[in-house]
Design a binder for this molecule. Structure first.
Ligand code: BTN
Length: 267
């Protein structure tokens, strides 16, 4: 990927003004967190991008397989934001990815709460949010985005845990486009530009409801089963809170708000 091209044509004020590019890296997320913690150079909007990661990290302590052909990046932001709203940063990233996919490929994508992106019910992108707070404010957040762009999924499948419900349901943009490759620099540039729009919107008073509503329109399932480790909540999604939590009507008729967990589809 020619990062110079991205730098030259990028129309952002903040996001990606600093891009650190690596042909190989352990994890963009770990480096970004390290920089945000220890390095005053980690200015708001810094982006770390790698062609390959050998220690890519997924949600819930899972591995994230990151071969050549994907877009693996982490964005460091230092928003002026109440800590309770930090989840919305990953929603902003999810919407950004969906819109970039539509614009660059015409493929339709959906969001599986909290922040997997699916095409034809298969996962094409995962998003990871690490936020540090000071008092009731977000000090910094690192948004990790992994997109299987031109990845050959045969390369990923052997590494997936067969016990995991999503083991066979992985795809890439190239796979969905019958083998046609996507222009990754153009994709990444658009992604950073769109993310900045959502990021700016989030800082505004009325930004959160817009983001929550947009996510609601893109949610993949109505009926869900949320695995919270020690309990499972089953029911129908009836809404989303302004903090990004899911409102679920359970099978016994009672309603419950859910702010974390791993979502499964229910037939
Ligand atoms: C998930 O489990 O769905 C989240 C996956 C997030 C992967 C991305 S790739 C770029 C960044 N660096 C990492 O190590 N992880 C995130």
């Amino acid at each position: 990927m020619i990062v110079e091209d991205i730098r030259k044509n990028l129309k952002t004020r903040l996001i990606g003004r600093q891009i650190h590019y690596f042909a190989e890296l352990g994890s963009t997320q770990e480096l970004a967190i390290y920089m945000a913690e220890n390095n005053s150079e980690a200015v708001n909007g810094t982006v770390i991008v790698a062609e390959q990661q050998d220690k890519g990290r997924g949600r819930l302590k899972s591995r994230w397989i990151s071969p050549d052909g994907g877009i693996w990046l982490s964005i460091i932001v230092k928003p002026y934001m109440h800590a309770s709203k930090s989840t919305l940063l990953s929603f902003a990233a999810a919407l950004t990815v969906c819109e970039t996919i539509t614009q660059e490929t015409r493929l339709e994508s959906k969001v599986k709460w909290p922040n997997d992106i699916l095409i034809n019910h298969k996962k094409v992108c995962g998003i990871l949010l690490d936020a540090a707070t000071k008092g009731d404010r977000v000090e910094y957040a690192v948004i990790g985005i992994g997109i299987n762009v031109n990845v050959n999924i045969e390369e990923i499948l052997p590494y997936l845990d067969n016990d995991k419900h999503n083991a066979q349901s992985v795809t890439s943009l190239k796979n969905e486009l019958s083998g046609k490759c996507v222009n990754r620099p153009a994709f990444l540039r658009l992604l950073l530009e769109k993310f900045e729009l959502y990021y700016d919107r989030l800082q505004k008073e009325d930004g959160s409801p817009i983001i929550v509503n947009n996510i609601k329109d893109r949610l993949e399932y109505n009926s869900v089963s949320i695995d919270q480790g020690n309990r499972t909540i089953e029911g129908v999604i009836i809404g989303l809170g302004l903090d990004g939590s899911l409102l679920i009507k359970q099978n016994d008729g009672s309603s419950v708000g859910v702010s974390f967990g791993d979502t499964r589809t229910r037939e």
